[in-house]
Design a protein around this ligand. Structure first.
Ligand SMILES: CC(C)(COP(=O)(O)OP(=O)(O)OC[C@H]1O[C@@H](n2cnc3c(N)ncnc32)[C@H](O)[C@@H]1OP(=O)(O)O)[C@@H](O)C(=O)NCCC(=O)NCCS
Length: 183
């Protein structure tokens, strides 16, 4: 099936103070975050924002903000020797994510999620086993993350405003290595 929009037709960069791009994802908090708060977060070393954009129209198509994280896994990951298991595993939190409302529900978010997975397997300078997200506790948003392979971290937050979800990068990394090996 041909994709209506291909994310890789657009340019990609880290958000910098001088960047001025049109953006509205339909969620006021996330839109304001991209427009106003992302740079202070970057300066405070709390989160780095990356985005895809259209050069001609100076429009941001989609963005994500990431920070280091760590999660406790239970049961422990079993692909390390018994005596080399850790209580916490390295992770990256997708702190914010948004797709321009003109481009939503056309696979852009899913393509960006694939991009983020590869970003932290291939280009990461440190070990990163999981992606985490505090997802809005709304059925459509939870479905989006579930369809992208995320699972609930706990059932304890099922009635909270956000639900913590995690994605194990190892099977994806193994699949990618297999794909490259078969070339
Ligand atoms: C959530 C978001 C990033 C998904 O990006 P996207 O490009 O729209 O996602 P995709 O097209 O790849 O996938 C869409 C699928 O996710 C689910 N989904 C996403 N947003 C949904 C919504 N608002 N309502 C219902 N289902 C939704 C649906 O299953 C949808 O498939 P469908 O269109 O065939 O029904 C984007 O909709 C967005 O920016 N929303 C506003 C900001 C936000 O809520 N961010 C998440 C904070 S945790």
């Amino acid at each position: 099936m041909a994709l209506e929009y291909n994310l890789f037709d657009y340019s990609f960069k880290v958000l910098e103070a001088q960047d001025k791009y049109e953006f509205d994802c339909g969620d006021d908090d996330l839109t304001e975050f991209f427009r106003e708060d992302a740079i202070p977060h970057k300066k405070a070393l709390i989160g780095v924002t990356y985005f895809f954009y259209d050069k001609e129209s100076k429009t941001a198509i989609a963005f994500f903000t990431v920070s280091n994280d760590a999660i406790r896994t239970d049961p422990f990951i079993n692909d390390l020797p018994e005596d080399k298991r850790y209580r916490f595993y390295p992770a990256v939190k997708i702190g914010r994510i948004g797709v321009n409302k003109e481009y939503q529900r056309r696979d852009i978010g899913t393509q960006m999620m694939d991009f983020i997975k590869r970003f932290f397997i291939l280009e990461n300078k440190t070990g990163c086993r999981f992606l985490t997200v505090d997802a809005y506790n709304k059925s459509g948003i939870l479905k989006f993350y579930k369809d992208n392979g995320f699972t609930f971290y706990t059932e304890k937050d099922m009635n909270k405003q956000t639900r913590t979800m995690k994605y194990d990068l190892k099977p994806y990394s193994d699949k990618m290595k297999g794909a490259y090996a078969n070339r």
